[in-house]
Design a protein around this ligand. Structure first.
Ligand SMILES: [Zn+2]
Ligand SMILES: [Zn+2]
Length: 299
């Protein structure tokens, strides 16, 4: 909640707002365009682009929780680009800011400003720290040194739109609506629920001094990212699910990359080799469910 009456009025990012409204409106056409080929295309692209975000943008580029050859790093990044969540530099920088200031004043999407703020409203409001190039670029010096990542940053939206064009050419409206609009909406809300629900509802295994939670249904919806309290406790761990029942599809893919000898230095909480510990990790401190005050949103 913005209690500073001298604060300047919020600057709305109308292009982002309009784009996300159009994506959601387009997804409504799903009811009139259903075909089984289009549905399976939706399923396949949801995995491809969703894992591009979780394994590519998040666990590889943001946290460097494992190492892969450049060809695989760029391939995973392109899969993330296709999710239409912006280019890798800005996405990674925003997420590193989130870890640096979790649920504090500079956190770009803390639910201390309300569920809907954390879920999606933050995307529509200008924030100097994550929107001014000179400021957000300081959080991604590694990616900014790489000309391929800089190019993918500039070309991310055209690349994603090009996929939409190809889908339309290949299968008309059913492919465009299900493969692009419906799929993008699903991946959006999977990512956004990590920021909103997984900072409000669920259990805290570790005392991380902010509101992150382990939320099983967000984990299912977001390929393992819902084990978010584990992640805040061990941000550099390639595995977010740390117990056998904490299903983590993204980590299974990283394990597959490891089995193929493509991924190396797969990091885990104990810093050991690429296999889960047989025993559950010792919690630093078990907390009772924490109630975060959720004031009304003022933007
Ligand atoms: Zn978080
Ligand atoms: Zn993270």
């Amino acid at each position: 909640m913005n209690t500073d009456i001298t604060a300047p009025p919020a600057r709305i990012k109308w292009d982002i707002l309009a784009g996300i409204v159009v994506i959601h409106l387009g997804a409504l056409a799903a009811f009139w365009t259903f075909t089984w080929p289009a549905f399976w295309l939706f399923v396949g692209l949801q995995f491809l682009t969703g894992l591009g975000i979780t394994v590519g943008y998040h666990r590889l580029l943001t946290h460097r929780s494992f190492q892969v050859p450049k060809w695989l790093e760029y391939t995973l990044t392109v899969c993330g680009v296709l999710a239409l969540q912006g280019g890798p530099l800005k996405w990674v920088s925003t997420h590193r800011v989130h870890h640096a200031f979790s649920d504090r004043a500079n956190d770009p999407h803390s639910p201390t400003r309300g569920f809907w703020w954390a879920h999606m409203l933050w995307l529509f409001v200008w924030d100097d720290l994550t929107d001014v190039h000179e400021k957000y670029i300081r959080f991604v010096p590694d990616l900014n040194r790489d000309p391929i990542h800089r190019w993918l940053e500039r070309a991310s939206t055209p690349i994603s739109f090009a996929l939409g064009g190809l889908l339309f050419l290949a299968g008309g409206w059913p492919f465009l609506i299900w493969g692009y609009f419906v799929r993008t909406v699903f991946v959006y809300h999977g990512t956004w629920l990590v920021n909103s629900a997984s900072h409000l509802w669920g259990d805290q295994t570790y005392d991380t001094n902010e509101g992150s939670r382990n939320n099983w249904w967000v984990a299912l919806f977001s390929f393992g990212e819902g084990w978010h309290n584990n992640h805040h406790a061990y941000p550099h761990s390639a595995a977010h699910g740390l117990r056998w029942w904490e299903v983590d599809l993204s980590y299974l893919l990283i394990r597959f990359f490891g089995a193929m000898k493509w991924a190396k230095r797969i990091r885990l909480p104990q810093g050991g080799p690429a296999r889960l510990p047989s025993a559950a990790p010792t919690p630093v401190k078990v907390l009772r469910p924490l109630r975060i005050p959720v004031p009304s949103l003022t933007v």
